[in-house]
Design a binder for this molecule. Structure first.
Ligand code: C2E
Ligand code: MG
Ligand code: MG
Ligand code: MG
Length: 284
């Protein structure tokens, strides 16, 4: 009986494994096709000045218009893309598309604002600065259009090499933001060595504001540390007025979140920056 049970659970395990593997293969071959047939697209989520409400920039966020499964979120496919190295092609597409869009806005006479592009750990190599330089040159855009969002885990890989890569990027005039700040393996003493412009407080610490005392303490501590280190600080995932009011009181510089805007398609974002439409007016 026992062995029957055991083999039964093995069979179940196999079925689950097969499903998982099949799912991965489906995603992997799907992503290859998506790259060829241009099924990915970008949304732009505004980053807003907490004092004036002005749109200072946008984060470019990838989506996949799957011909059968509809719009797929990056949460569903980025990790598989990273495991298969397809992330390199996907993120190259993202960088290229964001720069091409910046060129369109630049030609339309819109003053440069930062378009932030997420960088995967796999991409963070010696050639990154060169790839960024080539993208700017190919599209003939000012570096003021571009910001890269990197994460703490990338900084811990190999600290000396990392500083060099980052410096080569910032020397071009491209800004660096530290994404999901507080969730990684933060060695605060390392932080001062890196040429980072902005700390981005992770959404998980914003969620509990104002009721969760710990979240409030963490968010305030990150803001005050950022200020003292002369970094800018932005909160991601701001969804309500209480969070907004708290962050404003604490001296946070910028916010990004559903309170002001969800990620927007390129046409709506264009209307926003050319002031054909405006964000909901919150009291600043
Ligand atoms: P992230 O870089 O931390 O991006 C912020 C995520 O928070 C986005 O999810 C955004 O839509 C979401 N968000 C913004 N405001 C709010 C809010 O008020 N409430 C809630 N609940 N969520 C909010 P998204 O677009 O699903 O992206 C998820 C993650 O996928 C990103 O996290 C990033 O790590 C990754 N990702 C997205 N686009 C790319 C890309 O082009 N390349 C790479 N390598 N990763 C990407
Ligand atoms: Mg990001
Ligand atoms: Mg983030
Ligand atoms: Mg996050």
């Amino acid at each position: 009986r026992q062995s029957e049970k055991a083999s039964g659970s093995y069979a179940f395990y196999d079925v689950e494994m097969n499903r998982l593997i099949a799912g991965r293969l489906y995603l992997e071959s799907g992503m290859r096709r998506a790259l060829q047939r241009d099924e990915f697209f970008l949304l732009y989520q505004p980053k807003v000045d907490i004092h004036t409400g002005q749109v200072l920039g946008a984060e470019a966020l990838i989506r996949w218009a799957h011909p059968k499964d509809g719009i797929i979120s990056p949460i569903e496919f980025i990790s598989v893309a990273e495991e298969t190295n397809l992330i390199l092609q996907i993120d190259a597409w993202v960088l290229d598309t964001a720069c091409a869009q910046a060129k369109i806005w630049q030609d339309a006479g819109i003053a440069p604002f930062r378009i932030a592009v997420n960088v995967s750990a796999k991409e963070f190599t010696d050639s990154l600065a060169e790839r960024v330089k080539q993208a700017l040159a190919r599209h003939q855009i000012s570096p003021h259009w571009l910001e890269l969002e990197i994460t703490e885990s990338m900084l811990m890989q190999n600290a000396d090499g990392v500083v060099k890569i980052m410096s080569e990027i910032t020397a071009q005039g491209v800004k660096l933001a530290l994404d999901d700040f507080g969730t990684g393996y933060s060695s605060l003493s390392y932080l001062k060595k890196f040429p980072i412009d902005t700390l981005k407080i992770d959404r998980s610490f914003i969620q509990g504001i104002p009721d969760d005392i710990d979240d409030c303490a963490i968010a305030s501590a990150i803001i005050s540390m950022a200020k003292q280190m002369k970094h800018r600080v932005i909160a991601e995932g701001v969804e309500n007025r209480e969070q907004f009011a708290f962050l404003q009181k604490m001296g946070c510089d910028e916010i990004q979140g559903y309170l002001f805007s969800r990620p927007l398609n390129v046409d709506v974002f264009s209307d926003l920056i050319s002031k054909k439409i405006s964000l909901p007016s919150i009291i600043f």
